[in-house]
Each structure stands twice: as structure tokens, then as C-alpha cells.
Ligand binder design. Structure first.
Ligand SMILES: *Cc1c(COP(=O)(O)O)cnc(C)c1O
Length: 406
């Protein structure tokens, strides 16, 4: 054997019983089978064996199991981003001629996907008012196959009556999928929205998460998950997953696994800091409305209370993200200058990482349904990182001083 062949086929194998707190990084495209019989019989679908990197490694199977457990689900699939998880659910469940219903306050690319690829494939969509369950009920037709849900809504943070929305989907026999990035599997149980009430749990069919946000926690990984409790639905999703070929890399899966043990601590710390800052913002004349579901004045506060406050969490739980509606006397130029003047809050998309972020939004570009509950259309969203809240407050205060009174 030549040296190069020997380098590739060297017989040494690392000993089996290595245990450590974290799962190792297993990376593979090729998985080696001991014989052709194994090659023919191995089944990756039930995670009993490995066949090819795209279909799972010890690292990705471990991450999937932990995420499913966190959510109260039984099956999990990983995708290369949160948006890929949304797209995957659409592609796995929708056929030409079907219709999908999306909340008007959904994560905007969910709507863009419906306007683009779904429309091209002959799949129609309607936007519904998530704060009005009757509006959802009225839009469901025999062609409706899937309803997207999101709690709280994107940017404007309205918390919907999820129980009522899911009941409507159940009664009408349509799938409902929740973008649960905000709740992160911690704020409420998506698969059991009415614990202790009735025998069969009332829950969504599917959740997706942008693991990019809280679960990764570092602002340095893109990944998504799709979780179900339904084996048949999981099989359908998995077969599409195989055909579409959207796998994740071992290093990225390990980065998320490494961050998971501190997820709960980070979520709570960012929640407390965000609430403290949101309350302070509510006293500032420049902001005419603070949009955070835990504030009593916020749209959907009662629905947030009903779902996210209980004996175990008497203060409730919420993600560390909120928006302010700017006083209408300010021009967009002034608001942009306010955002530019912030020093600790960096201009950037995403959230759930260590660094606080800010984005100005003009709602007229992203909302089709009524926004009458909002006292203006110029909104600034703050995503709270892990900095000391006193420093963040001082940062907003200095930028407000430069902005001047409305
Ligand atoms: C960020 C985000 C997504 C998309 O996640 P990416 O990993 O950035 O593609 C989807 N839904 C919500 C609510 C998000 O905040």
C-alpha cells in the first residue's frame, strides 16, 4: 500500500466509550456501511441508523431529540435557517390549487414566499387578522390546507388568541403551523395550549423555530427546526426533507447544542432586561406606544397572560424584544438619526444574541390589514442582548436627548 492509501485506510479507531457533557461534532457526507446487507436495510427515517450525512449524524440526531423534548413534541427536523423551515413546511404540505392563510403580522419573508414561489406553483394565499379569530374563520374555504400562526406578531408584537385560532383550524380540519421563535419552547406549550382542560391536548400540528435566535444565542449560526407530535405528518415532512436536500452542517449543529443548556437562563435574563427597558420607554414622550405583550396596554396582553402566566411562572415569560411607536411629529429622517445615534444598540436584523440590536420599520410597507390599534406607523424595534440594562437605558436616553422633544 502506498503512504497516501495508508493515510486514508489506517486501521486505528478511537475507543468507543468516550463520555463528556457535550456531544462531539460528527461530520459526514459519506457514512461507511459494514456490508451490502446493512446498506440495503438501514433506515434513517426512524433514527435507528446512519446512511448519509444529509439524513443525520449523531450530532444532528441529538440536537433534534433535545429540541423535540423542549417543545413537548416527538419528531424534529433541522433546516439550514428558520426561513428554510417555513419554506419546508409549505413545500411538504401544499399542492397546486391549495390555499395557505398567513397572519398579516407574520415574519415578513413568510408572506414574500407565498407571493413568490407559492404563487408560481399555483398555491394561493390570504392574509388574515391574527387579532380577530372570526376573520380567520371567515377566510377558510375547502381549498385551505394550512394556516400559519405566530405569537407574538412580528415587529408589532400583538399576542393573538392562539387557543381560539387553533380551535378554528381543528374544527375546519386544516393544518396549523406555529412560528414559535418568540416563545422558544419556553414561554408556553405549543402542543398543549390548554393544560389540564379536557383529555386530548389542544395544540398546533407543527412548530417551526429560527434556532438562529435564542437557541443559538450567539448571533453566529443560521438554523431552523420543524417539530411535530404526529408520526404520519413527520413522515411526510421527512420525505420532503430528503427530496429537497436541505441538511445542516455538523459544526453548526454543535454550536446550537453547546448553547442549549443556557437557553432558559438567557431567555429569562433577556426577558427581565427587556421588560425593565420597555417600562422605562413607556414613560418617554418620544414614544407614544410601547409594544411588548407583557405590558398591560399592549395589544393582546390578556391573551399573553392567559398563555404565558401560570403557577410555575407567575410573572409570565416573554422574549426580550419589543417595539416603540414613535411620536408622529418626528420625521423618518429624525427617527433614522435616533437609531444611528445609539451606541450599544447596533443596527442589524435578528435577535436572541449577546448584542442588543435596533431596526426602524415603516409599517405601511409591510401590513395589508388594519393597524388601527397602533398609534402610528413609524416603529423602532429593540432586541435586547446580554448587556447590563442600565447601560442600555443610558444609551437610549442619550440618543433621545439628541432627538429632542417631539
Ligand atoms: C428570524 C426569524 C425567522 C427566520 O429565521 P432565519 O434563520 O433568519 O431564516 C423566522 N421567524 C421568525 C419569527 C424570526 O424571528
Amino acid at each position: 500500500m502506498t503512504k497516501s492509501t495508508f493515510l486514508i485506510h489506517h486501521p486505528y479507531l478511537a475507543p468507543k466509550d468516550f463520555e463528556a457533557p457535550q456531544m462531539g461534532v460528527f461530520k459526514a457526507s459519506t457514512v461507511i456501511f459494514p456490508n451490502t446487507a446493512a446498506m440495503r436495510s438501514r433506515d434513517w427515517m426512524n433514527k435507528s441508523a446512519y446512511t448519509y450525512g444529509l439524513h443525520g449524524t449523531p450530532t444532528t440526531f441529538t440536537l433534534e431529540e433535545r429540541l423535540a423534548t423542549l417543545e413537548g413534541g416527538t419528531h424534529c427536523l433541522l433546516t439550514p435557517s428558520g426561513l428554510a423551515a417555513i419554506a419546508h413546511v409549505d413545500f411538504a404540505l401544499l399542492n397546486t390549487g391549495d390555499e395557505v392563510l398567513i397572519p398579516d403580522n407574520a415574519y415578513a419573508p413568510n408572506k414574500s414566499l407565498a407571493e413568490g414561489e407559492l404563487a408560481r406553483f399555483g398555491i394561493t394565499h390570504q392574509l388574515y387578522d391574527a387579532m380577530n379569530p372570526a376573520d380567520l374563520a371567515a377566510r377558510i374555504t375547502p381549498r385551505t390546507r394550512l394556516v400559519w400562526l405566530e405569537a407574538a406578531g412580528s415587529v408589532t408584537m400583538e399576542f393573538p388568541d392562539l387557543v381560539a385560532l387553533v380551535r378554528i383550524c381543528r374544527e375546519q380540519g386544516v393544518y396549523c403551523a406555529l412560528d414559535n421563535t418568540w416563545g422558544a419552547g419556553l414561554a408556553f406549550n405549543a402542543f398543549d395550549l390548554t393544560p389540564g382542560q379536557g383529555d386530548a391536548p389542544l395544540g398546533v400540528d407543527i412548530t417551526i423555530h429560527a434556532l438562529t435566535k435564542y437557541p443559538s444565542g450567539g448571533g453566529d449560526v443560521l438554523m431552523g427546526s420543524i417539530i411535530t407530535r404526529d408520526a404520519a405528518l413527520d413522515e411526510q415532512l421527512k420525505l420532503s426533507h430528503m427530496r429537497l436536500g436541505t441538511g445542516v452542517g455538523g459544526n453548526d449543529a454543535e454550536a446550537v447544542l453547546r448553547a442549549l443548556p443556557s437557553l432558559d437562563l438567557r431567555y429569562r435574563a433577556q426577558d427581565q432586561a427587556a421588560r425593565a427597558l420597555a417600562q422605562w420607554c413607556a414613560e418617554q414622550a418620544a414614544f407614544v406606544q410601547v409594544l411588548h405583550p407583557a405590558l398591560e396596554s399592549a395589544p393582546g396582553h390578556a391573551h399573553w397572560r392567559a398563555l404565558c402566566v401560570n403557577e410555575d411562572q407567575p410573572q409570565g415569560l416573554a422574549a426580550g424584544i419589543f417595539s416603540v411607536v414613535m411620536h408622529p411629529n418626528y420625521s423618518q429622517k429624525q427617527i433614522d438619526a435616533f437609531c444611528d445615534a445609539l451606541r450599544l444598540f447596533k443596527l442589524g436584523y435578528s435577535w436572541g444574541g449577546p448584542m442588543s440590536l435596533v431596526v426602524p420599520y415603516q409599517l405601511q410597507h409591510s401590513r395589508q390589514r388594519s393597524t388601527q390599534h397602533l398609534r402610528g406607523s413609524r416603529v423602532v424595534r429593540f432586541c435586547i442582548g446580554l448587556e447590563a440594562v442600565a447601560d442600555l437605558q443610558a444609551d437610549v436616553a442619550q440618543a433621545l436627548a439628541l432627538l429632542g422633544a417631539p
